[in-house]
Every structure is written in C-alpha cells, then in structure tokens.
Design a protein around this ligand. Structure first.
Ligand code: PLP
Length: 387
C-alpha cells in the first residue's frame, strides 16, 4: 500500500541529506567533543559548525545556542532556569504540555497566570500586558501552535517584555524551519526548537539564550555547553540539526514555504469544497504554512484517524503527545470549541517530502471517509433530515 504521511507536526522523516551528514559520526568520527586529541577535535569542530548553522537559522550568535535533547528539555530549561521561587510567570492556555506542565510544577513556589486566546487561537498582547505584576520574571508564549499552526504575536509580546524588563521565552518548536525566525525581531531572550519537527532525528534540539541572560541549569555535571547544559554532546544528532537548519534556510530562499502553503491550501480548500459541515480551526489567524486543523461535524476523530490509516493516510487528532488520551484537546477547547467539536477535529500537517500527488490522494480519501463515518452516525442523519 502506498502510504502518505500528513502528520509532520508529530514528527518528520529525516531527510536523506541529513542522514548522510550525520552518518560518519556513528562510525569513523566517534570522538568525545570534549577530548583534546584528534578524535575530539574532529567532533568538536562538527558541533561548532552545527552551532553556526543553527545560529544562522535563528539570527543569533553561535555562543547563544545551547544544544538540548529536544523541545521538551528546551522548554523546561528555559522555564525552570529563568525563574526562582516567588517569581510570577505569564504563559497561555494553548501551550504545549512541555510548557504548561513545567509551569504547573512551578506553581508550588511561583505564581502563574495563564492568558486566554480568542476563537482563532490567538493571544491578545494586551492580556499579557495586563497580567504583568511587579514580580513578573518570565513570559512564555509559543510562536506557533502544534495543533492549529496558529502563529502568535511574538514581536508585540517581545516589546511588552522588553518594556517591562521581563524575560521572554518562546516555544518555536513548530515554527522552526517553517517560517523564518529572527530572535532580535521577536525580541525574545530564550527560544526552543526541536530537531525532529524539522527533518532531523528525534532526541536533539536547541535553546537560544540571549547573551547575558542568567540561567540556572537543569543538569549538573561537566561544563558542556558553557555550563548551561551538562552532558556529553549528542554529536550525530547535533550534526543532523545543523544540516537540517542549513536545508531550512536554503528552502526559504527557494520559496519552499510558499510551495508548502499552496499545497496545504489546496488540501484545505478541496476538503471544504467536498465536505459539508467542516470548518478550519484557526480561520482568520496567521498560520505556519504546513498545518490545517479541520472540524468535521459529527465524526469521531479517533475513528477518522483509524479509518484513514487503514487506507494509507496518516493524520492525527490534536497533539501526538496526548494521543491515546480521550480528553478533548486543551487547545481547541481554549478556542471555544465544545468537547465534542474538539474530538471531531483532525490535524493535517505537511512536510518537505509531501508531493502534489499526496494531496490528490488525500483529497480522494478524506471526503469518502467522512461520508462513511457520518452514515454510521444516527445523530448526523437525524440532523440532515430535519434541516
Ligand atoms: N513544543 C511544541 C510546540 C511541540 O509541538 C512539541 C512536540 O510535539 C514539543 C514542544 C516537545 O518537543 P520534543 O518532542 O522535541 O520534546
């Protein structure tokens, strides 16, 4: 069966060029990047080249890049590392659990304000401003949401943070490689990214940390990453992240992001044209080019995912990290969807490997699957007969 993967916000396939770049670091280039002999120098040079590439992707200095094990670690490190007991933190209700649960954990010693979003899934910067208190130390608002792809007003929030002399962290895990990022434009002090959302492998990521920002590390050990993240570097993963960053930058120059949004829009418009009672979650808000989250009235999201998977199409309901859980998405309910509407929403997320033919096939499979599931729904039949 020809399988089509439209779940790239859960994870992306490693690109062949990325795999090629990292392969030697599993073999002949095996040194510990902290060793001073030839083997160590070889891997140290590769780590520093990757740091330069990630710095170029983010518009920062190489010394401001801290390699991590992924987005979860970057988020935890920023939130726990930039605050102390007694501080006040501002975050939003639609953050990834890596941020939400880090904040929840800190509620034992800190105060946390969770600002809401509007029906498009966008944070109002004025809510952030109004939430400021004399002891506010950190604002953590994501750049792009993993479920809807909705982009947040990062630059306005960055300005509010700067004016109030408060640290601003943004979770850019779902933005990196999809939209250009410039940390100075955003005005953030910390920004997390994850390799496996941008065609590098799982288990590697980076945290941008503005020069001069004091950070308490999460791990204690060697003086790796300028004492900001102890632990022998994951050299193959870091090399892969550097290569993925280079490819992302080349992609922006070629207009890959425009190609991606054209494909996504064709998928979305094609579905809306063929399927009644379907709406895009996040309509009217700026979004990353690869994501479309669609509510299909009277379908059960899990059944839809399973039915499409049986036909070779991989999509998801809400966040991958909570798949298996039956609770409706906290993101969609924060946008005002009822729990049943949130459960009836499907996320389609494209990657660099997707082709126009993939979209054609998806456009054939989705409407017929929705129709079949609705045929099985007595409530939907009753509604259509009565209307
Ligand atoms: N933040 C966002 C917005 C995400 O989508 C994810 C993963 O889904 C993470 C953080 C966690 O990243 P990782 O899987 O690299 O730990």
């Amino acid at each position: 069966m020809h399988r089509i993967y439209l779940d790239n916000n859960a994870t992306t396939p490693v690109l062949p060029e990325v795999l090629e770049a990292m392969r030697p670091y599993f073999g002949e280039h095996f040194g510990n990047a902290s060793s001073i002999h030839h083997h160590g120098q070889e891997t140290r040079a590769a780590v520093e080249r990757a740091r330069d590439s990630v710095a170029s992707l983010l518009g920062c200095r190489a010394a401001e890049v801290v390699f991590t094990s992924g987005g979860t670690e970057g988020d935890n490190l920023a939130i726990a590392g930039l605050t102390i007991a007694g501080d006040h933190i501002i975050t939003s209700t639609i953050e990834h659990h890596a941020v939400l649960l880090s904040c929840k954990h800190l509620e034992e010693s800190c105060e946390v304000t969770y600002v809401p979003v509007d029906s498009r899934g966008v944070v109002d910067p004025d809510d952030v401003r109004r939430a400021l208190r004399p002891n506010t130390k950190l604002i953590s608002i994501m750049m792009a949401n993993n479920e809807t792809g909705v982009l947040q007003p990062g630059e306005e929030i960055g300005k509010i943070a700067r004016d109030a002399d408060v640290c601003f962290h943004t979770d850019a895990v779902q933005a990196a490689g999809k939209v250009p990022i410039d940390v100075n434009h955003i005005g953030c002090d910390a920004l997390s990214i994850s390799g496996h959302k941008m065609h590098a492998p799982q288990g590697v990521g980076a945290l941008y940390l503005r020069k001069g920002t004091r950070l308490e590390p999460l791990f204690y050990g060697g003086r790796h990453e300028r004492s900001r993240r102890a632990g022998t570097e994951n050299v193959p993963g870091i090399v892969a992240l550097g290569k993925a960053a280079e490819l992302a930058m080349q992609g922006f120059q070629r207009g890959d992001d425009k190609r991606m949004s054209a494909l996504r829009d064709r998928l979305q418009q094609g579905i809306l044209a063929q399927v009644e009672d379907a709406t895009v979650n996040g309509t009217g808000a700026p979004r990353v080019p690869n994501t479309s989250n669609i509510y299909f009235d009277h379908i059960e999201g899990e059944s839809m995912v399973i039915s499409l998977d049986l036909k070779g199409l991989a999509v998801s309901t809400g966040a991958a990290c909570s798949s298996g859980a039956i609770e409706p998405s906290h993101v969609l309910t924060a946008m005002g969807l009822r729990p049943d509407q949130a459960r009836a929403s499907i996320r389609f997320s494209l990657g660099k490997q997707n082709t126009p033919e993939d979209i054609d096939i998806a456009l054939a499979l989705v409407p017929e699957t929705v129709a079949r599931l609705r045929e099985l729904s007595p409530a939907y039949r009753k509604q259509t007969v009565n209307s």
